[in-house]
Design a binder for this molecule. Structure first.
Ligand code: SAM
Length: 286
């Protein structure tokens, strides 16, 4: 089946009215997105904050006549961004496409069926499923580059917030003795187990709920947003042995100071690396 995709910009105060209008006009789905660059980071439970300006995307059946609705919205001073046909596709999976990427040293991430990119490559073959983590986001890429530079040979590792399992599987491929991968999302635990099997490291990567983790370990990898990392500070510190390393990612430059104070003095921070405004930083337990 084909669809018609109509997008409008609306100020936050008129958002509810626009959504009602679109639904009354027969929209099959209405999605609200950030129209500028105003990230809403991990809102508290029960809160649904809006961006100052919202991009509203409405999906209609392919044979819908958009003219009357467009005229109505225009008369209300709303700006149409686009009105385009959309062919059927699996859009969730499209967003999870994996491409061939090199992260330094021998570490490559490739789609499951791609040929090896180099004769001596350490190839992580990935299908992200519905979970986060294809290697394309700077927060994941920062952790993969760090792992390529510091292969965790013979180490006990925890991947906290494992998503697709990309970091857990990379750690195992780079020589970790054992990796515990955990996440709140059951889809992530499933994707991690699948990717461990796909890369023949299922005997060294175990996906489990956070409460089932065992400590102490040598290395904890945690690519989660800063407010969550701050809340998790006591738990992540407790997982590490003295001298163990915590690699934190998912943190904006402006959030680094708050993060460092949440983990001090238990951890000693090393200089951070920044990629497109995202910080990846390692710290050692005292
Ligand atoms: C940004 S993704 C990172 C995925 C993957 N590790 C990577 O580097 O691409 C963050 C993951 O952390 C999980 N997460 C968020 N809060 C969590 C918490 N309190 N405990 C465990 N996992 C959490 C999310 O479900 C998500 O899969």
């Amino acid at each position: 089946m084909d669809w018609l995709n109509i997008e409008f910009l609306a100020p936050a105060m008129r958002h509810a009215h626009v959504c009602d209008l679109l639904e009354a006009a027969g929209a099959l789905a209405v999605t609200s997105l950030d129209a500028a660059d105003c990230p809403v980071l991990e809102p508290a439970p029960g809160q649904t904050p809006l961006w100052p300006e919202v991009r509203v995307v409405a999906l209609f059946a392919g044979d819908y006549d958009p003219q009357p609705l467009q005229a109505l919205l225009r008369a209300g001073g709303l700006v149409a961004v686009s009105c385009e046909p959309l062919t059927d596709d699996d859009w969730v999976r499209r967003g999870q496409d994996v491409t061939v990427r090199h992260f330094g040293g021998r570490l490559w991430v490739c789609p499951a069926d791609a040929p090896a990119p180099a004769p001596d490559a350490c190839v992580l073959r990935l299908d992200a499923g519905l979970a986060f983590g294809t290697g394309s986001h700077p927060t994941t890429a920062g952790c993969l580059r760090w792992l390529a530079e510091h292969p965790p040979r013979h180490l006990e590792v925890v991947d906290y917030g494992c998503g697709s399992g990309i970091l857990a599987v990379a750690a195992a491929l780079l020589g970790a003795r054992h990796v515990q991968a955990t996440d709140l999302d059951p889809q992530a635990l499933r994707a991690t187990a699948d990717n461990a099997g796909r890369n023949a490291v299922a005997d060294r990567v175990h996906a489990c709920e956070p409460a089932a983790l065992s400590a102490p370990v040598d290395l904890v990898l945690a690519n989660i947003l800063a407010p969550v990392l701050i809340d998790l500070a006591p738990s992540l510190v407790a997982l590490l042995r003295p001298g163990g390393v915590l690699l934190l990612s998912g943190v904006l430059e402006s959030q680094l100071e708050g993060l460092v104070s949440a983990y001090s003095p238990a951890l000693q921070f090393r200089p951070a690396r920044v990629d497109q405004g995202w910080v990846c930083v390692e710290a050692v337990k005292q």
